[in-house]
Ligand binder design. Structure first.
Ligand code: HEC
Length: 212
């Protein structure tokens, strides 16, 4: 064994320790989740919710689409509806099949791709791309959020409140006031499969729900 090989050992060992330390840092959120802590939304002093900072890093659960061309030209939301759930709330759902107090779900809209690379079919709004004729996501066009909070929204059905940071291209508003119950919550209450959330359209949430 040469002296240079001996010298490598401590370096390698240090590298391993650092790697292990790096891993444990990465796993911290999972530890917090297994403790059942829910990352909650922030509110300003007027009771308006603050726009989440990183919703595109949350768990992506589904993308319903209701194009104008299939809705007489008047779809309420003619875009893709990309739905995300905050990761600690997702972990709670996986364990219990329930929405924890503090659960946040975001819905970000994206327009159909219209970048001049295809001609939109007026009958159905589809366009042809590399993978075939169909529907493709273009630019961001709006952001909504719903929050379950048993204290703050004790009087709301299901304790859910609903917010919009704008139905337009970013930048989105930084804060939003809760909508009246009839504007949003009533439709969710009557039609959503799992406690006001439309899991019937989100395969990721259906697959994650415990069976017992
Ligand atoms: C007429 C019924 C209806 C009304 C009114 C309604 N929604 Fe929804 N919402 C849906 C449906 C259906 C979905 C499932 C995904 C999709 O198709 O966009 C959904 C999904 C969502 C989601 C994703 C999480 C979930 O619960 O599935 C959010 C967030 C949301 N809506 C916010 C709002 C906000 C904010 C309002 C009020 C401005 C609102 N909704 C009003 C029908 C409705």
């Amino acid at each position: 064994m040469t002296s240079s090989t001996k010298a490598m050992k401590p370096i390698l060992l240090t590298g391993c320790i650092l790697a292990a330390a790096g891993l444990s840092v990465q796993w911290q959120p999972a530890t917090a989740q297994s403790n059942g802590e829910i990352a909650r939304a922030s509110f300003n002093e007027d009771g308006q919710v603050m726009r989440p900072e990183n919703w595109r890093s949350w768990v992506f659960v589904g993308a319903p689409l209701t194009p104008n061309a299939l809705n007489g030209g008047e779809a309420a939301f003619p875009e893709y509806h990309n739905v995300y759930i905050e990761p600690s709330a997702f972990a709670h759902w996986q364990r219990t099949g329930q929405w924890a107090d503090g659960t946040q779900l975001a819905k970000e809209l994206t327009l159909l791709l219209q970048d001049g690379t295809c001609e939109t079919d007026p009958d159905n709004g589809s366009c042809g791309q590399t993978s075939g004729q169909g529907y493709f996501q273009g630019e961001f066009s709006g952001l909504e959020l719903k929050v379950k909070d048993t204290t703050r929204y004790a009087d709301e059905p299901g304790n859910w409140a609903y917010f919009s940071f704008g139905h337009h291209a970013p930048p989105y508003a930084e804060t939003a006031a809760a909508f009246p119950t009839d504007s949003c919550n009533s439709c969710h209450e009557g039609n959503a499969a799992d406690d006001f959330v439309f899991t019937q359209y989100y395969p990721v949430l259906r697959a994650a729900k415990p069976s017992n």
